[in-house]
Design a protein around this ligand. Structure first.
Ligand code: ASP
Length: 456
């Protein structure tokens, strides 16, 4: 049995719905579908989720919502019209949307979550209605009925473990089950959404809960590429990769998946197939457990991310000092700051942060405290830090990879500030200046892929 998730651009209008339905019909194993909210139909269009956020904001302000309401409803209506649905068939969607402002919510955060969730909730309802209208056996499954239970964080929830026990009770027979992505219910029965892009998470949760043989994730790209196509001309498509390769690459900016999305699939050992709704016959990229994977080439992909900043500390005889790092971590805790990496030398230490968690004041005050508490000989805050991630199961047993990575960088005069290899030995992380990140990715990609056999 396959669980199949479609992204917002795959469900943006009637013709896209039609493609999705024919993909579902093409394979009887496709018994469960997860829908996103209708996405952008063209450049400049607005996703229904963003329209719902506006609807929520106007409701909170007690402002007039009639225009935004019509804008949202017309997105569903035009899909219904495309398939010749009657007004009656669309009435539940109209009612659900119009009842949103008069429902009781614990606070405005929960109100926002409930509004946002209706993008997917109504799209899944509509999909089930359209499928039935076309003669397919299909049924809408609300996360409440399915028992998708999430933490009490209305707009940034995480799934709670009892969800999997609940999902295990669902019978998958000859009726296509249509689940909305992106949200669940808190233990108190309130709607809470995952973070943006979170329908991928629902897909992985349902695939794990129902013990699917495959989780197909349909989007609008043919495959995952060995490097960002915006940086490298026609990069190679990756045909097969492991979970941990995907995880390392998405950390460093491969934006195919929501960061947390593949975790439930990994836990359930469900292979994931990323495919294109517009070209469903292409094989896409298959992401599989490590155990049966035989790498055919040294590296699988290279990515860069510029969302980092680094703190460099130098103090003579740091290696002999007991408690230095403990005191440093206490300062981080005081400012509620988490760090990503902490490579160290004999007398120095670099701490790399995700800089989206900082504002100017926090940086200033935190550095001030560190100077006071630790009295370093040097403290430098590096704001334009980039991380390059070179990833490949094939690196594990190969000697000399680091030379192959560093050489093209030296040829392009790119300074490397940090090198870190994880214990798994399937990735090497390099720290550079932001201005060098693009060139670094290009030159590493060329060094490996212009001279190697291309297929996994
Ligand atoms: N519709 C939600 C969003 O735009 C979730 C998703 O599409 O995955 O973030």
């Amino acid at each position: 049995m396959k669980v199949v998730k479609f992204g917002g651009s795959s469900l943006a209008d009637g013709p896209q719905f039609e493609k999705v339905i024919s993909i579902m019909k093409a394979d009887p194993e496709r018994q469960v579908i997860i829908t996103s909210a209708p996405g952008k139909r063209h450049d400049g269009d607005i996703k229904v989720t963003d329209l719902l956020i506006k609807y929520a904001q106007l409701t909170i302000k007690h402002a007039d919502t009639s225009e935004i309401f019509n804008q949202i409803f017309s997105r569903y209506q035009s899909i219904g019209d495309y398939f010749g649905l009657t007004e009656d068939a669309l009435a539940p969607i109209w009612h659900a949307l119009s009842e949103l402002p008069t429902t009781d919510y614990p606070d405005d955060d929960y109100l926002m979550a409930a509004f946002k969730a209706h993008g997917e909730r109504l799209n899944a309802r509509l999909m089930a209605t359209v499928m039935t209208h076309l003669g397919l056996k299909a049924r809408f499954v609300d996360p409440k009925e399915a028992g998708i239970i999430v933490s009490d964080e209305p707009n940034n929830a995480t799934v709670l473990p009892e969800t999997y026990t609940h999902l295990a009770h669902i019978d998958v027979d000859d009726t296509i089950l249509v689940f909305p992505g992106f949200f669940g219910f808190t233990p108190n029965g309130q709607i809470a959404t995952f973070s943006r892009g979170g329908s991928d998470i629902t897909g992985a949760i349902v695939a794990r809960g129902l013990k699917a043989d495959l989780y197909e994730n349909f989007t609008d790209v043919d495959a995952i590429y060995a490097a960002n196509p915006k940086l490298v001309d026609h990069p190679l498509a990756i045909h097969r990769m492991t979970y941990r390769e995907m995880r390392e690459l998405s950390y460093a900016g491969f934006s195919v998946f929501h960061d947390e999305a593949i975790i439930p699939a990994i836990q359930g050992e469900i292979p994931i197939n990323v495919k294109n709704t517009n070209r469903p016959d292409l094989p896409g990229t298959l992401i599989v457990p490590e155990k049966d994977f035989k790498p055919a080439q040294t590296i699988t992909g290279v990515a860069s991310s510029t969302r980092f900043a680094a703190l460099y500390l130098h103090r003579y005889l740091l290696n002999k000092e007991v408690g230095f790092t403990l005191k440093l971590l206490q300062v981080f805790k005081k400012y509620n700051v988490s760090y990503e990496h902490m490579p160290s030398g004999i007398d120095d230490l670099t701490v790399i942060f995700d800089k989206t968690q900082f504002d100017e004041d926090t940086i200033h005050n935190m550095c001030h405290d560190i100077r006071e508490v630790l009295q370093p000989d040097t403290l430098e805050w590096i704001d334009d830090y980039a991380i390059i991630m070179v990833v490949g199961e094939g690196m594990r047993n190969k000697v000399g990879v680091i030379e192959q990575i560093i050489q093209p960088l030296a040829q392009h005069d790119i300074g490397v500030h940090m090198i870190n290899q994880g214990a798994s030995r399937i990735s090497i992380m390099l720290g550079t200046r932001r201005a060098d990140a693009e060139e670094a990715v290009k030159s590493i990609y060329n060094a490996f892929f212009s001279s190697e056999p291309v297929k996994n």
